[in-house]
Every structure is written in structure tokens, then in C-alpha cells.
Design a protein. Structure first.
Lengths: 140, 388
């Protein structure tokens, strides 16, 4: 093999190295947050009835709305069994979803536990700790 | 240097299957393109290297590439429902112990280790599948018990035995059997995965340190009692004591790495053929020789990018199971690369495991493509579940 051919082979080899490095660099670019839902995220307005102890109050929120004990939650609950960030109301393609935010005591839809996120309809009952939230109206 | 060492039809089939796997549709949801993209680049890099090192092995590997992408594409609908894995967690540990036992009974001995089962004309290495099954069990078990283990005080024998007992029994048995079968590399890999996932689930460093200490004691005992382990360590400490005997492979690999220097000799211009197992355990030395330090750094950066991305996928998961599954898979891939690269570089005693996607080896390729498929499914799940 001549010197020139060797030089070409070395260049090719460097090219392969460069390609590997380039792909690696692409991988280091921050990936979009997969938690953020896809598609149309136009907020949906939700009217809720909240039964906390013997009290009942009504609230109207826009998605995305976080339910929890923390002060900055859209739906703030005083219940000790509710996590600081307990669950979230989300909208995607015009559909309302309830997502459990890995709460300690879980979120229940109509008395049943669920994983991840689940579609909501009017009349649904959500249980967080000892507090019950009722979906009165969606998209009003 | 041509990748076309096999028949053109086989190459075409491999390309079609790889594309079918990479472009397959997931139900709804956003896709993470990087995982299949990086995998195909690594597989292609491996095939180029094999074609240069041993055209016969490259032809065989091409068949395995077709099988791996074919299986991954067929299994994709099942992988998409990966959360069901958690519902049958003990099945995975029983299955993997069964596979280890089957290997011990029906296995064929190659290079002093009994790791392969022959099915027709194919040699299958069940331990590659076991490494995935054990991650399934680990993630499912810790998703359920992680909080309890995290809250248990380290001095509370009862709580620790109760919550950690099943975990360590299952894993201890698997790792123990692997060590008895002389598969130290896989044993070390499973241990690293266990420690990482256990720490991710519980944040208890005493557990990780304790388990690592126990392993160190067992390794020391093994080094004293198994001549095979003893020899590995002797070669690691003194590779040039017996350069034409036990140390031949290690010595040749060091010469290869040294010959590569910064830029490498160029593909096909080095002499990595002097290393006996250059297509499998020592492929890193061949890369170091012909692609140089730069090539190794670029390759490691690519693996790191995949692992880092897998960890960021794990952080985004809403539930503990998916999160721990991603951590376990990331640890499996990352530590496999770390163990073999550190072994070839002489930082730790060399243990025979493959460099994922690049080394010759069908079972390893199939298992690692499935690993990436699963990671991609975890990364690209549609966030909202359908209502039953």
C-alpha cells in the first residue's frame, strides 16, 4: 500500500471517529421532557366540588392544575393525608386527564386506584387522602 | 474497507430489519429517536470492525444482527406494555434461576466456563437474557418495597431481613451460580446493577457499601480458593511475568493499545490480530490500536450519551417501577461497558464480557437490542392512559 492510500485510510478512520463523536454529541442535547403531554394542550376549565371534612366548597380551575397540600397548588387542600404535590389535572387534545404525582397515599378515581394518568368525565369522584373532589363540569 | 462481507441479500435484510425496528410505530406518544439511532451506529461500527478483524465472524454476526432486530421488532407490542412486568415479579427470578441451572446442566464448556447452550447450530448464552430478567425482578420488587427498605434502620435486623431477604436470596443465588460457573464478568455486572438500583430506590448508602464489602470478601475468598480466579488476578497484576503463557493475551493487548497512540494506526493498518480473543473480549484493544485514543473517547462518549439519556428518562417517569426499570437498564449497559473497558485497560482484572453492540456475540446483541427497545418504550410512552 502506498503512502497516499495509507493517508486516505487514516482520514477515513478519523471520519468514523468523528461520526461517533457527532452522534454522542447529539445524545447529550437535552431531551424534551416526556412528561409534558403531546399535541394540543389548550387549557380546559374544570368546575370542582371539594369535600374537606364537613365543609364543601366549589372551585373553578384551568388545566394544568396541581392538587396538593403545598401553598402553590392550584387546588390547595388542608388534609394531612394529602401529599404536597398529590395529583394534577391535565388537558390533551381536548380530553381531561388526572395524573397521580407519585403521592404517598395514592389517588383514587371513583374508588379505584390507577397508574399514571386517566381520563376524567363529569360526575367523576376523585379521592386524595380523606378529601373528595367531584368533577361538576368540564369545559364550561 | 467494506461492510459487505456477507451476501448482499443478507446485508439488505439487515438494513431493512434495522430500519423496521428503528421506525416502528409506538401507539400514540412521542418517540425518542436517539436510542435506536445510537444503537444502529454502534452496531454498524462493530460490524465494520469485525469485517476487518475476521470476515467469517462478521458474516455470522450479520445473521445475528438480522435476528436481533427481527426479535426486537416482533416483541415491540409486548415491550410497550412493560408495566405488566411488575405484576409477575417472582416469575422473573424463577425463570432466571431456571436458566442458570439449565446452563449448568446442558451447557457446553468453552474456555473453561460453561456458559453456552446449543440450540441446533446456534450457540446461545442464556446469561445475557438473565441480566434483563434480573433487572425486571429488581425494579418490580424495589418499586413495591423501596419505601419500606428506605425507612428501615440499618441496625434493625428484623426489618432488613424481612424486606431485603427475598432480594438478596434471589440475587445472591444468581450471582453465586454465575461465580461457580466461572462467569465472573457477568457476576460483577449483576452486582453493580443491583447496587445502583438498590441505591436509586432507597438512597441507603449503608446497603450499597455493605453489599460491596460482602462481595469484596467473597471475591478475596474466591481468589484464594479457585485457581482460575487466582490466575486472572495474577495476570492482571503481572501481565509480563509470563508473556508467552498466561499473560500472552493481556501483554498483546497492551502492545496494541500502545501502538494506537492518539490518532490510531488507521483502520486495517494495525496488527490487532495478535490478540487471541480480539473479536470478543479484547475488541476494545483493537479499537484503541486502529482508532487511537480519540476513537476510544468518541466511542465511550456515545455510550455515556445513551446511559445519561436513559437516566434522564428514569427521572421523568411518574411511577417508581418505570423509573427503576430505566435505572436498572441504564446501569446494566453502562457497567457492562465500564467493566470490559477497564478490564482491557488493566484497571481491574479482565473478566470476559462483551462490549455491547460491538463485540462479536449473538446473545449479547439480542439482549442489548431488547434492552434499548425497552428503554425507548419507557421513554416514549403516551402520558395519558386510556380509560378502561
Amino acid at each position: 500500500m502506498t503512502e497516499l492510500q495509507d493517508a486516505w485510510v487514516r482520514l477515513d478512520t478519523l471520519g468514523i471517529t468523528g461520526a461517533l463523536a457527532l452522534v454522542a454529541a447529539v445524545g447529550f442535547i437535552r431531551r424534551p421532557d416526556a412528561r409534558e403531554p403531546i399535541g394540543d394542550l389548550t387549557p380546559i376549565s374544570v368546575r370542582l366540588s371539594i369535600f374537606e371534612g364537613s365543609e364543601r366548597r366549589e372551585l373553578r380551575v384551568l388545566t394544568p392544575a396541581v392538587i396538593g397540600r403545598a401553598g402553590n397548588c392550584h387546588v390547595q387542600l388542608q388534609d394531612g393525608d394529602v401529599s404536597r404535590r398529590h395529583a394534577r389535572l391535565e388537558a390533551e387534545e381536548g380530553v381531561l386527564y388526572l395524573r397521580d404525582l407519585r403521592s404517598a397515599n395514592g389517588t383514587f378515581l371513583n374508588g379505584e386506584a390507577f397508574e399514571g394518568a386517566i381520563e376524567l368525565r363529569a360526575g367523576d369522584e376523585i379521592d386524595c387522602g380523606a378529601t373528595r373532589l367531584e368533577i361538576e363540569e368540564i369545559g364550561a | 474497507m467494506s461492510v459487505l462481507t456477507g451476501s448482499p441479500w443478507l446485508v439488505a435484510l439487515a438494513v431493512v430489519l434495522a430500519l423496521a425496528w428503528a421506525l416502528r410505530k409506538t401507539r400514540g406518544g412521542r418517540r425518542d429517536w436517539f436510542f435506536p439511532f445510537a444503537t444502529i451506529v454502534l452496531v454498524l461500527f462493530g460490524e465494520i470492525l469485525l469485517a476487518r478483524l475476521s470476515p467469517a465472524l462478521a458474516r455470522k454476526q450479520l445473521i445475528w444482527i438480522c435476528i436481533a432486530f427481527g426479535i426486537a421488532t416482533l416483541l415491540q407490542p409486548y415491550l410497550a406494555r412493560f408495566r405488566r412486568i411488575a405484576t409477575v415479579k417472582y416469575t422473573w427470578i424463577v425463570l432466571s434461576l431456571g436458566l442458570v441451572a439449565a446452563t449448568a446442566i446442558f451447557g457446553e464448556r468453552v474456555n473453561g466456563a460453561k456458559l453456552w447452550i446449543r440450540i441446533g447450530s446456534l450457540h446461545v448464552e442464556p446469561v445475557e437474557i438473565i441480566k434483563l430478567l434480573l433487572v425486571f425482578f429488581l425494579a418490580a420488587y424495589l418499586a413495591e418495597m423501596g419505601d419500606a427498605i428506605a425507612k428501615a434502620r440499618w441496625w434493625s435486623v428484623r426489618a432488613n431481613v424481612k424486606y431485603l431477604g427475598p432480594l438478596f436470596l434471589g440475587w445472591g443465588a444468581s450471582i453465586g451460580l454465575l461465580v461457580v460457573q466461572r462467569d465472573l464478568g457477568m457476576g460483577a455486572l449483576l452486582l453493580c446493577t443491583l447496587l445502583t438500583t438498590l441505591y436509586a430506590a432507597t438512597r441507603r448508602s449503608d446497603l450499597a457499601l455493605g453489599a460491596a464489602a460482602i462481595f469484596a470478601l467473597v471475591a478475596f475468598w474466591a481468589a484464594m480458593h479457585f485457581p482460575y480466579v487466582h490466575e486472572r488476578i495474577a495476570v492482571w497484576l503481572h501481565p509480563f511475568a509470563d508473556p508467552y503463557g498466561a499473560g500472552y493475551q493481556a501483554a498483546q493487548s497492551y502492545f496494541s493499545i500502545a501502538a494506537g497512540g492518539l490518532m490510531g494506526t488507521g483502520l486495517g493498518l494495525g496488527h490487532p490480530g495478535f490478540i487471541p480473543d480480539v473479536s470478543t473480549d479484547y475488541i476494545v484493544a483493537a479499537i484503541a490500536e486502529e482508532f487511537g485514543w480519540l476513537g476510544i473517547v468518541a466511542m465511550l462518549a456515545l455510550y455515556l450519551a445513551v446511559v445519561r439519556r436513559a437516566v434522564s428518562v428514569a427521572r421523568e417517569q411518574p411511577d417508581a417501577f418505570a423509573s427503576l426499570l430505566a435505572v436498572g437498564l441504564a446501569a446494566t449497559l453502562g457497567f457492562q461497558v465500564a467493566i470490559i473497558v477497564a478490564g482491557v485497560a488493566g484497571l481491574v482484572p479482565l473478566t470476559g464480557i462483551t462490549l455491547p453492540f460491538i463485540s462479536y456475540g449473538g446473545s449479547s446483541l439480542v439482549a442489548n437490542v431488547l434492552l434499548i427497545s425497552l428503554l425507548q418504550e419507557i421513554a416514549s410512552r403516551r402520558p395519558a392512559a386510556e380509560r378502561a
